[in-house]
Design a protein around this ligand. Structure first.
Ligand code: F0G
Length: 465
């Protein structure tokens, strides 16, 4: 399979301009050419980020990075048949780290995801208009693919045979797919019983060695950190800064879809806090390059039961991480010790964004509303709409402003949640039963009938009155 991909992509790939990138520690600012196995700064242990000193010359931004030039080049590539251009990530390669060998690229034609209007949701929130950028429309059904194409390609270029991650489900599904396409083995560590069947089945189908550990996501990360030190395996968790570079492209694509008009607010779910960090980095870099003149405000929404960032900001002024024991049915963001919290804090500060938390029932209601707009998403993505309702009530978001919700995962990732919601037993036996009473007008349980047209028509009549 690996060979097939190579022939697919080699023949006519142009020699893309090499972007000079470097790794820099977000804590002590130490620079390095290559990362350690754990992607931590060897001096102070903090996270690394990728910077591009090559973008600037003595006279300012390099001439080949002019805003008009980049916009037209990226648009033109949409018409190209080259796999490198058909990827909605590598299409933006001028602002990504360059592979030394482009044949190492592993792509599933990720990115290029739709921007939808959400008219029903807009009405229910009291906004004039509302948009959803649906990252769940990526090849494995989540935004993870945009980062994975970059980081997995680097793993392949460096000659790794094994890649590994700890995951709440989507990273593992994505990693397993890209590893399989790139001819690498993948090792998945997931918390036993805490990820959705849809995501688990993807990892299995893509051939990952899947270990269900008797712990939570944060425990899986700890075990993985030790594994990475003890065997030659390439770490594909979001501490890997190459993943964030790929995830940046959703912001570029969004601006392109808005014809470079800048939205007022971008609202993102917060788990390990890499995606909010990546999108923020993208907007800041676009501003540096002159592609945009101001920044949208980026706000991060967490589930009440998995709210370390909200508490970090409210209780510790954003200075020290307040870890929590995470609990939420939005299993994708069931994370109490987020690795990228400092990066996310920087984005909140730089873009003047905010944080909010939403209840389990608010998440379920919001998810059904997004579904009723004919779009759908997984529970973790729906925190964005639930959070927006609060931000509008607080006056942080004005009804006439342009708001984009980042919908991170596909509806079919977690069908069990949706079925239970519509059957009315999602909250049975939980402390939320009373609050969940408010959901009944959104529930559409399947109706079991005799096999007769009369029975069906009678039901339709009842439904329409
Ligand atoms: N939405 C979905 C659907 C996710 O899968 C995740 C994270 C997030 C939001 C939060 O993004 O971690 O960058 O803040 N899922 C990870 C995983 C942790 O393992 O799949 P984040």
């Amino acid at each position: 399979m690996a060979n097939q991909i190579m022939t697919d992509q080699t023949a006519s790939a142009p020699r893309p301009q090499q972007t000079l990138s470097q790794l820099r520690c977000i804590g002590c600012a130490a620079l390095s050419g290559q990362a350690a196995q754990n992607f931590r700064c060897p001096t102070c242990g903090d996270l690394l980020e990728i910077i591009y000193p090559g973008w600037k010359s003595a006279d300012g931004i390099q001439a080949n990075l002019s805003p008009a030039g980049l916009r037209s080049l990226w648009r033109q590539r949409k018409l190209s048949a080259l796999p490198l251009d058909q990827s909605g990530v590598w299409r933006f390669r001028e602002v990504l780290p360059a592979l030394a060998d482009w044949q190492a690229m592993i792509s599933l034609r990720e990115g290029n995801t739709p921007l939808y209007e959400l008219p029903g949701c807009a009405r229910s929130v009291g906004m004039q208009r509302l948009y959803g950028k649906h990252q769940g429309m990526n090849p494995t059904g989540s935004f993870k693919d945009t980062g994975m194409t970059v980081a997995a390609s680097f793993a392949r270029q460096e000659g790794f045979r094994w890649v590994a991650c700890a995951s709440t489900g989507n990273t593992s599904a994505s990693m397993a797919a890209y590893a399989a396409r790139g001819g690498m083995h993948s090792l998945v560590l997931i918390p036993e019983g805490q990820i959705s069947w849809g995501k688990l089945s993807q990892a299995l189908d893509y051939g990952a060695l899947t270990c269900q550990l008797k712990t939570d996501f944060d425990g899986c990360v700890q075990v993985l950190n030790e594994v990475v030190q003890r065997m030659p395996v390439y770490l594909l968790n979001s501490v890997n800064p190459y993943r964030l570079e790929g995830q940046k492209t959703a912001a570029l694509e969004l601006l392109e879809q808005f014809d470079w008009q800048i939205p007022d607010h971008v609202i993102v779910p917060g788990g390990n806090l890499a995606n909010s960090s990546a999108l923020g980095k993208a907007f800041l870099e676009m501003k540096d390059l002159g592609l945009i003149s101001r920044l949208p405000r980026i706000s991060i929404i967490q589930a009440e039961g998995a709210n370390p960032l909200v508490r970090t900001l409210r209780e510790a002024g954003g200075k020290e991480l307040v870890r929590v024991r995470a609990e939420t049915m939005a299993t994708a963001i069931r994370i109490g010790n987020p690795a990228s919290w400092k990066k996310a804090m920087r984005v909140l500060q730089a873009t003047d964004g905010t944080v909010e938390q939403v209840s389990e029932v608010e998440i379920a209601a919001a998810k059904a509303e997004i579904g009723a707009d004919g779009i759908g998403c997984e529970p973790a993505s729906a925190v964005t709409l639930a959070g927006l309702k609060k931000l509008v009530k607080q006056g942080f978001v004005q009804p006439n402003q342009t708001v984009v919700l980042i919908l991170t995962g596909h509806l079919l990732k977690d069908p069990e949640f949706t079925l239970k919601f519509h059957r009315g037993d999602l909250f049975s036996g939980t402390g939320h039963e009373k609050e969940a009473g408010s959901l009944s007008n959104q529930q559409r349980a399947p109706v079991v009938l005799e096999a007769s047209a009369t029975a069906v028509i009678r039901t339709v009549d009842k439904f329409s009155t």
